[in-house]
Structures are given as C-alpha cells and as structure tokens.
Design a protein around this ligand. Structure first.
Ligand code: CO
Length: 208
C-alpha cells in the first residue's frame, strides 16, 4: 500500500516536470498563494483539488469542522502568516454538508476532547435554535447548521485583529464563506463576503 503511494508520487512529480520543467524549482524559491483556505479535515474535502489549484496556489489550514476559534494558537499563527507575510487576497472559509464534526457537536454523545473543540458549534446552534428546530428533519437541520457554522467562522476571521489591521493598512483582503457538497462536488457561495471594515460592520452590526 505504502509502496503504491511512493510510486504515485514519482509519477506525479514526473508528470508535473514534463508539463512545466521549471515547476518545482520555481516553487522551491518561494510561495505566493493568493488564497488561504480554512476547511474541514474530512478526507473528502481536499482543498487544492476542489478548486483546481496547483501546489503553491492555496495556503491551507484544516481542522475538525472548519473552525476559526479566536484562542487557537495554531489557527492564529497560520492566519497571521497568511495575511501579514504571504499577503493573500482571499480567505476562504469552507464548510461542507454532512460534516461529521458538526453532527457530533449536537448528538449528545460524549467523545472526549473533541467535545470541547466542537463547543462553538453548540453555541451557534443555541443562537439559532428557533430557526433550526423549525426545520422539518434532522438532515436539513444539520445542513443549515453547517451553513451557520461557516457564517460564524467568517465572522471570527473578519473580526480578528490580523484581518482588521490589514484593512486599516489598506491591504486588499476578502473573507468568503462557502459550503461544499460531498454529493456532487459543488461549492455554494454563501454570499457573506466581507472585504472591508465597513462591510464587516454592516454585515455583523451587533458585533463591531
Ligand atoms: Co467535516
């Protein structure tokens, strides 16, 4: 099995070099991605592949249920590097329907450490409990919670000081919310893009 992976790697590297002989030498010198992807660890949601980008084109941070918790040093370190050093133009917060992490947050079962990690999703559920419990079935409720989680994480990212300072400096930076469908491979833009402090305040008026 592992041998196959290494063979795949050889073939992939040769294929890339055949099309573009300078490909790896160029990447070795520097990375200049315009996109920063914050997505779920789920193996069915591979960042580069979904949006058709090569190595070097998208900076990636993935965790269970695509969270952007404002106290998580891992996420914050990656965010700061993306915004201040790489100067990405777009941050993509990408959730997906049928997310096991989102489902686990609200099924009432105890799993251990991950229950703490998923706590922000239970808060999002509580914030929207009337809308969610008004939906006809569990599947729709879960899908809507996946969307609301993305909305909440966009707010977290856009309200972070790294992003707010970038806007104050006049740096071009947009934060987008997407939800990916495992069933057909398509992304739905949630139309919650924020590209400036003014847009942020307008979209999230209660949380300046
Ligand atoms: Co997931």
């Amino acid at each position: 099995m592992i041998k196959t992976l290494l063979e795949n790697n050889r073939a992939w590297s040769e294929g890339k070099t055949r099309v573009d002989p300078d490909f790896f030498r160029r990447l070795e010198r520097q990375q200049t991605p315009e996109y920063f992807w914050i997505g779920c660890s789920d193996s069915r949601v591979p960042a580069n592949e979904i949006i058709g980008l090569d190595p070097g084109e998208v900076f990636v941070h993935r965790n269970v249920a695509n969270l952007a918790p404002p106290q998580d040093a891992n996420y914050l370190s990656v965010l700061q590097f993306a915004v201040e050093v790489l100067k990405v133009r777009h941050i993509l917060v990408v959730g997906h329907y049928g997310c096991g992490g989102v489902a686990a947050a609200i099924d009432g079962r105890r799993r251990g450490l991950v229950d703490h990690w998923l706590h922000p999703i239970r808060e999002t559920y509580a914030d929207h409990v009337h809308e969610l419990e008004g939906l006809p079935d569990g599947r729709e409720r879960l899908d809507r919670l996946c969307e609301l989680n993305v909305l909440r994480q966009v707010r977290n990212v856009a309200s972070d000081v790294f992003v707010q300072d970038a806007w104050a400096r006049g740096q071009a930076l947009s934060v987008h919310g997407w939800v990916y469908s495992l069933g057909d491979g398509l992304v739905t833009d949630q139309n919650i893009t924020v590209s400036s402090q003014a847009e942020f305040t307008e979209r999230f008026p209660s949380r300046p």
